[in-house]
Design a protein around this ligand. Structure first.
Ligand SMILES: [Zn+2]
Ligand SMILES: [Zn+2]
Length: 371
């Protein structure tokens, strides 16, 4: 389907501008002048979850392949159905299109970390990895691999009330008589041994959750997307397409209802901890949990992420950096050569020390951790 794309232009020279994480302004790559983005004063609203689910159109997804014509050079190119912002592959001009899903982001966190800073952080991180292949470090030198994405997220609020039934375990000690062998002779001795006294426990814990964040994109694995959290949602800005300029941006491919299932799983972990505190004692068993979720509200928002892929020996590794906080998460390759070499070196050192030490009494002091 044909889509119109827009880009924003420099007030001084008319060239395309991109959002700069360094200044927080739109920057002209041609003449260098910057234009501030004046945020509208609108507050960041929460939306009613149940009402939104009712209003969602029946045909689940509206995403279609997008046929884009560059507003600068006139070339046409294709965008993924879920992409709303990219750069023209021919002239590099930003191309921003419309969101098509039922719910569009009303807020976002702008990029705070530049591509150069992200690259430096990736390189430092890669350098700190033991036994990574050398080509891994070299790969990170090429900055083209590092792409900036605004990834869609849901945030959920809810007042929860959970009733539970379980058992509280209190440890007490009993004196027992045991037979032990001392100096080759059997002896009867008295000892203290722990026992657990279980008593039934039940109750309810109310917890109000605020902005439980759930990734709504499939571009990164859930493990990575969860690991680069937390996000400081007090810094959310009202949505403005100018922030997307120069970056990739996506709209949600994990729906509002599915997203809430993930949010519930995150809330359940916190609820269980609260139940264990409520039961008290030394040990707890939880036998049943029943949670009511009231006053559920949500936001659809965009969070900034730098990410790169690394192919090594037929396997793909992904890295991501939270472009608000700088937190880095990555899958990493291991170099078998380096590991084998380190083991051989360790063995050589051990046998040298063994030889110098003469007999076997020194051996028990060795640990591999020192290498
Ligand atoms: Zn300019
Ligand atoms: Zn172009």
């Amino acid at each position: 389907m044909k889509f119109v794309s827009v880009n924003f232009t420099c007030q001084s020279c008319g060239a395309p501008v991109k959002f700069s994480p360094v200044s927080g302004k739109l920057k002209c790559e041609f003449c260098g002048s910057e234009t501030a983005i004046n945020d509208t004063l609108s507050i960041i609203e929460e939306y009613d979850f149940k009402k939104a689910l009712q209003d969602l159109s029946k045909n689940s997804s509206k995403l279609l392949d997008k046929d884009i014509v560059c507003s600068k050079c006139g070339s046409s190119f294709m965008l993924n159905p879920y992409s709303v912002s990219s750069n023209c592959p021919y002239c590099g001009t930003p191309a921003i299109t419309d969101f098509v899903q039922d719910i569009t982001p009303q807020s976002l966190l702008p990029f705070m970390i530049s591509q150069k800073e992200a690259q430096d952080r990736f390189r430092k991180w890669a350098g700190s990895l033991w036994f990574a292949p050398s080509s891994f470090g070299k790969y990170l030198e090429s900055k083209d691999q590092l792409k900036g994405y605004y990834l869609p997220h849901w945030t959920y609020d809810s007042h929860t009330d959970t009733s539970y039934q379980g058992m509280r375990g209190d440890i007490y000690y009993v004196t027992v008589t045991r037979t032990i062998v001392r100096d080759g002779r059997e002896q009867r001795v008295q000892m203290q041994e722990p026992r657990v006294q279980w008593t039934p426990a039940s109750g309810s814990v109310p917890i109000a959750f605020d902005d439980v964040t759930v990734g709504a994109s499939k571009t990164l694995s859930r493990a990575i997307i969860d690991a680069i959290a937390p996000w400081d949602t007090t810094k959310l800005k009202p949505f403005d397409a100018r922030y997307l300029s120069g970056f990739e941006a996506e709209e949600y491919t994990i729906g509002l209802d599915n997203g809430f299932e993930y949010a519930k799983a995150k809330m359940q972990i916190v609820i269980e901890q609260a139940i264990r505190r409520d039961i008290g004692g030394d040990q707890q068993q939880i036998n049943s949990i029943n949670t009511h979720y009231d006053n559920i509200t949500f936001k659809n928002t965009l969070f900034p992420v730098w990410t790169a892929k690394f192919e090594w020996r037929g396997k793909t590794y992904r890295y991501a950096i939270n472009a608000q906080t700088g937190k880095i998460i990555g899958e990493r390759p291991y170099s078998m050569m380096k590991i084998v070499f380190a083991v051989l070196l360790a063995l050589a050192l051990m046998s040298a020390i063994y030889y110098l030490g003469g007999v076997s009494d020194g051996m028990s002091n060795f640990t591999f951790e020192s290498y």
